[in-house]
Structures are given as structure tokens and as C-alpha cells.
Design a protein around this ligand. Structure first.
Ligand code: PMP
Length: 442
């Protein structure tokens, strides 16, 4: 990425700027005291993170740190991660082909299961071809890095996922960050930098807000300016559109987007990712996407599990509609509790409370009462917009979702936030730490 931000553009972190909430490391101190000081600072700012442990498989109800809870923050949207057919396929693959692929795709890591999955994904996405990546993070890193070069421009929505931001860094291209879903701002940027080449990249469903990109307009603008488009369907694949084929299909844009990224670790219940594209684009990515070339191929059990999940989705195309009906139901129930949920139109429903510590309190309160909805804080979201990010599953019952909305309403009040009041009841701290810059878009 160029050190110089483009005129009029809010540039993602330039070289040397922090990538996260953690302040720069002081010189190493004995016994890791420098690290202890940083961790303490994060705790004081309500930004410290820890990993909660789930016992047993990923379902709509889990045991979290020993406590049974309704799981309301998993990307296992269709409940396929623990589906018997998906488990069996993964287990069989381990017995037939082993636990690992042993090498990168371009050395000896390409196995029959990878080819079969790629063919099935291409058929599902109605593209000529597909190519697997180790994860969605790696796919975005590799694809953005392959499609924009130094001197060119990546046009990127301000709320795109962190892996796209990191892909921009790897590309060393200039980055024009357009205001969230703002096609006029994008059009302005495109005019300003016309002729420089590059790519427009956007999430389809935004991971922390649950809204959908204006894909038709973006594709039309790209065509007008002779640019390629990349759409990250991490949260669209399996969730939106006809048969769960994604937001691109829903917008009637099959075959119109140069590269559609999808993940296998969310609705498809396994792990890994793919880029669906033309055969020529596939060949180009195989020859240029560094995160594909320099990383071990997907383990056979993950590939086989994803293939079984995809087969289930094709057999039962109504799963995505069930998920969206559940999401609409939860949004209604939350609105009944006074929460502002109008921004979301998908299975991702944010409850924005503002302050990071308040979001944590509300999250803990809800867990105490049997609902797990993770608090999301800076730098994952901008300071002052901390939230509980709810993720609906097709396997939640209506009753569970109604109860969850009530529990969340009570948890909000106990934590000091009145739903719908717009501002926390408790005195809100000024957003962010004084020396914390607005984080890069996700
Ligand atoms: N893109 C988006 C929009 C995401 O939300 C995520 C994961 N949260 C990724 C990419 C990365 O996918 P993966 O977890 O497979 O690395």
C-alpha cells in the first residue's frame, strides 16, 4: 500500500500504524512486563479479549464455560457443522485420505476431494470454475493481492472485512476507501482515479452490521470504468438468494462478478474458502495468489465435510429461506423489546450500545441468563459503536428466539442500556482511547 493516502480518501492504516487496539510494543522487558502492561491497559479500556470454551459440538445450544446457553453468535448459520452427514463425510475422508494434505496445492497437495469440491462449488455458484483457499482470510488476501498492483487502486467499502484490508496492504496498491454502501462516493473516487486500473472489492453481507452491498450499482460502475469486481460472500453463501446461492445470485448478477469469494467455515459448516470465477481467472489465481501458492492445501476432512454440506444445501434449497425467516422473526422480537434493528436485513443483527465496557457487561448479563451473544468492540468496530452481534441459525426455534430477545432486553437494562434510547443509560465514556485512531474498516 502506498504511504500517501489518495486525495479525498480515508486511507486504511498506512505502514507503521497500529492494526488493532493494542498500542505499540515498548522495548522487551524481563519476564514479559512490557506485555503485562499492555494487557492491563486493554483491560482498563474494556478491550481485553479472552477465549470462551464450548464443550461438545457446535449446535444452536452449547455448553459455554460449563454453562448451557442458546448460541446466538455462531456463523454455523444452517446448523451443518454438526449435521450427521457432514460429520460422517469428514470422518470417512480422514479414514480414506488422512488428516492432512501434506503439501501446497501446487506441489503434491491437490487430491481428488479438492477437485470434486471445486467442481461442486462452481456448479453451485454457476461459474466456470472455483479454486479453494485455506480460509476466507487467505482467500481475500490472495485474491485482492493478485488483482491489484502497485500504482493501481483498490476501491474498498469502509466496512469491508479485515482480510480485505490486509489484502490491500499485500497488494501495495493505493486504496480508495468509499463511505459504507455509498455508490456516489465510489463513483466520485472512480472518476478521480480513472485509468489507473485496479479492482472494486466489497463484502456482500457486512459481517458486523448485517446489511447488504448495492451490488448491481457496483457492478455497473466497475463495467463503466473497466475495472474488475471482487465480492466476498462469506456471510451470503448458503444464507441469501435462490437456494442459498448468495447475494450475487439474489441480485441477478450470476456471471457478472469477476471473483466471488465464499467461505466453507460458516454456513457450510466446515473450514476453508473458495474463489468462484472464470476458468482463466482460476488459472491466473493459481499462478499468482500468494496465500494459495505458499500454504498447505485444505485437509481432506474439511473439504469432504464442506462437500457434504453443499450437497445438503442443494438437496434442501429452502434452508436459506428458513434462516432468513428466523432472522426476520428475531428482528421483530427485538424491536418489540425496544431495540433498534432496522439496519440489518439478514441473519446478522447488531445491537449497538456504544461503549465497549457496557457491551461486555450486557454480554455477561445475557450469558448468566442463558444467551450467548458475543460483544464486539474496537478495533473490530469503530470506537463508540460497540455492540452485541447476534447471528441467527436456521436451527433456532421461534420460541428460542423470542426468549432470547426478552433475555437480551433485560440484560441491556441490567447493564445500564435502555433499548431504543440511542445512548447508554450509564454515562458513556468518550469513544475510544485518546490516542487510539479510528480503526481501519473491517
Ligand atoms: N470475510 C468476511 C466478510 C468474514 O466475516 C470473514 C470471517 N469472519 C472472513 C472473510 C474470513 O473467513 P475465514 O473465517 O474462513 O477465514
Amino acid at each position: 500500500m502506498a504511504a500517501e493516502p489518495l486525495p479525498g480518501a480515508q486511507a486504511p492504516a498506512a505502514e507503521g500504524e497500529p492494526l488493532h487496539a493494542v498500542p505499540p510494543l515498548p522495548p522487551a522487558a524481563p519476564d514479559g512486563d512490557d506485555l503485562a502492561a499492555i494487557l492491563e491497559d486493554l483491560r482498563e479500556r474494556g478491550l481485553h479479549r479472552r477465549m470462551r470454551v464450548v464443550t461438545g459440538p457446535q449446535g444452536s445450544r452449547v455448553v459455554l464455560d460449563g454453562r448451557p446457553v442458546l448460541l446466538l453468535c455462531s456463523n454455523n448459520y444452517l446448523g451443518l457443522a454438526d449435521h450427521p452427514r457432514v460429520r460422517e463425510a469428514a470422518a470417512d475422508a480422514a479414514m480414506r485420505w488422512g488428516a492432512g494434505a501434506g503439501a501446497s496445492r501446487l506441489v503434491s497437495g491437490t487430491m481428488t476431494v479438492h477437485r470434486r469440491l471445486e467442481e461442486a462449488l462452481a456448479a453451485f455458484k454457476r461459474t466456470e470454475a472455483a479454486v479453494l483457499f485455506g480460509s476466507g482470510y487467505l482467500a481475500n488476501l490472495g485474491v485482492v493481492g493478485a488483482l491489484a498492483r502497485a500504482g493501481q487502486v483498490v476501491f474498498s467499502d469502509e466496512l469491508n472485512h479485515a482480510s480485505i484490508i490486509d489484502g490491500c496492504r499485500l497488494a501495495r496498491a493505493d486504496v480508495f476507501v468509499y463511505d459504507h454502501r455509498d455508490v456516489e462516493h465510489l463513483a466520485w473516487g472512480l472518476r478521480k482515479h480513472d485509468g489507473r486500473g485496479g479492482v472494486i472489492v466489497t463484502d456482500s453481507v457486512f459481517s458486523m452490521d448485517g446489511d447488504v452491498a448495492p451490488l448491481e450499482e457496483i457492478v455497473a460502475l466497475a463495467r463503466r470504468h473497466g475495472l474488475r469486481t471482487v465480492v466476498d460472500e462469506a456471510h451470503g453463501t448458503g444464507c441469501l438468494g435462490p437456494g442459498g446461492r448468495g447475494a450475487v445470485a439474489e441480485a441477478g448478477l450470476d456471471g457478472e462478478v469477476d471473483v466471488v469469494i465464499g467461505t466453507l467455515g460458516k454456513a457450510l459448516g466446515a473450514y476453508g474458502a473458495f474463489a468462484a470465477c472464470s476458468a482463466r481467472m482460476r488459472e491466473y489465481l493459481v499462478n499468482s495468489a500468494r496465500s494459495l501458492i505458499f500454504s498447505t492445501a485444505l485437509p481432506p476432512p474439511a473439504a469432504a465435510g464442506a462437500l457434504a454440506a453443499l450437497e445438503l444445501l442443494v438437496e434442501r434449497p429452502a434452508m436459506a429461506a428458513t434462516l432468513q425467516a428466523n432472522a426476520a422473526w428475531l428482528r421483530d422480537e427485538l424491536a418489540r423489546e425496544g431495540f433498534e434493528v432496522a439496519g440489518s436485513s439478514t441473519q446478522i443483527v447488531p445491537l449497538v450500545v456504544g461503549d465497549a465496557a457496557l457491551a461486555m457487561r450486557m454480554c455477561e448479563e445475557a450469558i448468566q441468563h442463558g444467551v450467548f451473544a458475543q460483544a464486539i468492540r474496537p478495533p473490530t468496530v469503530a470506537p463508540g459503536t460497540s455492540r452485541l452481534r447476534l447471528a441467527v441459525m436456521a436451527t433456532h426455534t421461534r420460541d428460542e428466539l423470542r426468549q432470547a430477545a426478552r433475555t437480551l432486553g433485560r440484560a441491556a437494562l441490567r447493564a445500564g442500556f435502555r433499548p431504543g434510547a440511542g445512548l447508554p443509560v450509564a454515562a458513556a465514556q468518550p469513544p475510544g482511547h485518546p490516542d487510539e485512531r479510528v480503526p481501519e474498516p473491517l
